[in-house]
Design a protein around this ligand. Sequence first.
Ligand code: NAP
Length: 361
Amino acid sequence: MNIYASAAVTADGYMDDASPERLIISTPEDFMEVQRLRAACDAILVGAETLRRDNPSLLVRDESLRARRRAEGRPEDIDKVTFTASGRLDPSMNFFTQGAGRKFVFSTRPLPQLAGVAEVVVPEEPLTAQLLVTELEKRGIERLLVEGGPRTLRLFARAGLIDTLRLAVNRSMRLGVEADAPRLCFDEGYLDVPHTDAMLDDRMEIRTWRFHPNTREEDLCLLRRAIELSLQSPPSPTSYRVGAVVRTARGELFTGYTHETSPTHHAEQEAVAKALAAGAELRGAAMYSSMEPCSRRSSEPESCSAMMLRLGFARAVFALYEPDRFVCCRGALNLREGGVDVRAYPSLGGEVLAVNAHLFH
Ligand SMILES: NC(=O)c1ccc[n+]([C@@H]2O[C@H](COP(=O)([O-])OP(=O)(O)OC[C@H]3O[C@@H](n4cnc5c(N)ncnc54)[C@H](OP(=O)(O)O)[C@@H]3O)[C@@H](O)[C@H]2O)c1
C-alpha cells in the first residue's frame, strides 16, 4: 500500500484550537489540493476523535475529479476508514451518512449501533497501524490517505508507514499556547530528513517529506514476472502455485516457483536457495512473490516470512493475500511487525487467483 499523510497546521503547529467549533486552517487553494489527493486515493482514514469533534464528510466533492474517477473506472466516492477503542461513534455522523463509498470501522469491541451503515472489523489482536494497513489491503485498498488527527498521524509515523507527508502550514495563523488544543508532534528526529517547501498562496506553505521512494512501476514489473513464474509450478490439491523473484540490494535477480526442486519447497525458498548458492548478500534484499509469504508450515520447520526476517530482507512485495484455505496466514503482518517494508498490489490478485483456479473450483 502507498500511504499519503496530509494535515493543515497553524504556524505554531496546531491542528485545531480547544473550542468546540472546528478551526478552519486550510485556504481554498489548499482545500482543492486536498481534494485532488483524496481523488487519487482509494480510501481516507481519520481517528474517531476527529469524527466526534468535526463530524467531517470526507468526500471528493469536486465534479471534475469525480468525473475523472468515473472515467478511470473507479467509484466516484472513496472508501472511508476510522478506528476506535471506546466505540463512541454515532450512525448519524456524516462519515456514515454521506457518500456511497465503503465505510470501515476498526474497533476493539462489537458496535451493534453501526450495523447496516459500516463494516465493523473487530480483530483479535490490538489495533496497530500495521494491522490496519494489512486489513485494508486485504479489502483491496492500494492507496490510503491519512488525514489525522495528530494522534493518528503519530501512530502511522511511529510504525514507519507514511510514504509521503504533506503539511499545509498557514503562516498567517498562530494560536500561542493552547494547552488543550490538538498539536502535531512527531518523535524527535522524525522530520529531520530532506523535504521540499513551496508557497501555495500568500498564506499557505506546503512542506513535503518523502520517506520512501515511489517504487510502484518496478514493483508491478517484478510482480508480473513472479506471476509468470508461478505458471511453471505443477498444480497440486495441497498447495498454491506461486512464483517469486529475489532482488538483492546490488540488483541481482534470482527466481523460483513452488515445488521447483522439492515437493515441500515454496517459491520464496527456491529463489533464496539460488541466491545463497551464488553467494549473494540477502541483507537489504526485496522479495517479490505472487502470493503473501507464508507464516505457518506443516511440511517444513521455518515459514517463508520467518526466513525473510532471519536473512534481513528489507522489502516484501506481493499481489494476493493468502486465502484462508489451508491455514490462516499472518505473513504480511509478521513482516511489517519486523520492520520490513511490505507492499501488496491487490489489483494483480485476480491473475494469481486464476493461476490457482484448480483449488477454487
Ligand atoms: N488540521 C487538520 O488537518 C486536522 C485533520 C484531522 C483532525 N484534526 C483535528 O484533530 C483533532 C483530533 O485529533 P486527535 O489526535 O485528538 O484524535 P484522532 O487522531 O482523530 O483520533 C484518536 C482516536 O482514535 C482512536 N485510536 C487511536 N489509537 C487507537 C488504537 N491503537 N486502538 C483503538 N483506537 C485507537 C481512539 O478513539 P476512541 O477515543 O474512540 O477510542 C482515539 O481517541 C480534532 O480537533 C480535529 O479537528 C485536524
